[in-house]
Write a protein that binds this ligand. Sequence first.
Ligand SMILES: Nc1nc2c(ncn2[C@@H]2O[C@H](COP(=O)(O)OP(=O)(O)OP(=O)(O)O)[C@@H](O)[C@H]2O)c(=O)[nH]1
Length: 308
Amino acid sequence: MKHIPSIQRSSSQHQKLAALRQAHQDWNNAPDVLTRLTRRLSTTLSLENQLGILAEELGAIVPFDSFNYRHRIARRDFVFATGMGGPHRCEYRLNLEGASFGTLTLHRRKKFSEEELQGVEMIISAAICPLRNACQYIAIEQAALTDSLTGIPNKRAMDEALERAGQLADRHHQDYSLILCDLDHFKAVNDKHGHVVGDHLLQLAAEAVERALRTSDSVYRFGGEEFAVLLPHTSDENAKDVGDRIRKAVSGLEIDCGGTRLSITASCGVALHSEGESPEQWLARADEALYRAKSQGRDCTRVFPTIN
Ligand SMILES: Nc1nc2c(ncn2[C@@H]2O[C@H](COP(=O)(O)OP(=O)(O)OP(=O)(O)O)[C@@H](O)[C@H]2O)c(=O)[nH]1
């Protein structure tokens, strides 16, 4: 039998453990709203969930008709709204350590009293740190999915989107198309005009591709001078038209390089999602179509033929 040495406990440790047990019990049973609120907020980093908790706890003390929160995080508007507005309003800009974390607005049919406003402020001040953490979490998540040069979603975001798109296409038997768009002879641009000009052109090209799309379509920087576009509810025939529109938008760009006008063309490959295929297979077919566009003279769009 193995001998397990006993650990001597001092009486002061017994007292400390007893105090901890008591504190834990008090903490668990804490009836006060601020302890409960901060404890609930600390269970999630989702801003949406946190705002739901805040609205619930706040509404239990200061009833309101609507609760609205707005914040611009990583170039996107985040909006959370519950209920319908009333004529009376109180609005708080949430600031912590010099940084802003959105605006919270409450509406009500009945005027807010001074005492109620103080209550709202106390609750908001207890919530601001967890809210700040949730905002920062979104910003970090966004940064990991955004291409730093062009500001559009990056390859990692595209991998996730492609996986989701394939699943949606299969589940709803819906047309989903993918376009790969590659700038032509981009190496020559870098070689002749330098990387700074090349980078600028890439930024302009990303904007041009975005402008050529509907809001339901999404664009990603897939590689160095290559973009990918996902088009829900779109046949390959219609995606080809979009590919041509993208090419036209890119070839319409012009930059002045010390007296010479620099312009560029692009080639596009299109593939409609085939039932049951993996993201890699879908991508490989779009890449094959792009390869054909490149080998057939560039500045054109080619579609991977679908066999029905
Ligand atoms: N300026 C800049 N250049 C990049 C970036 N990423 C990739 N490139 C360049 O893009 C060029 C791609 O060259 P290639 O793959 O040979 O393709 P290409 O010259 O466009 O020729 P085709 O695609 O065949 O028409 C390389 O010179 C890369 O260095 C970037 O972020 N900035």
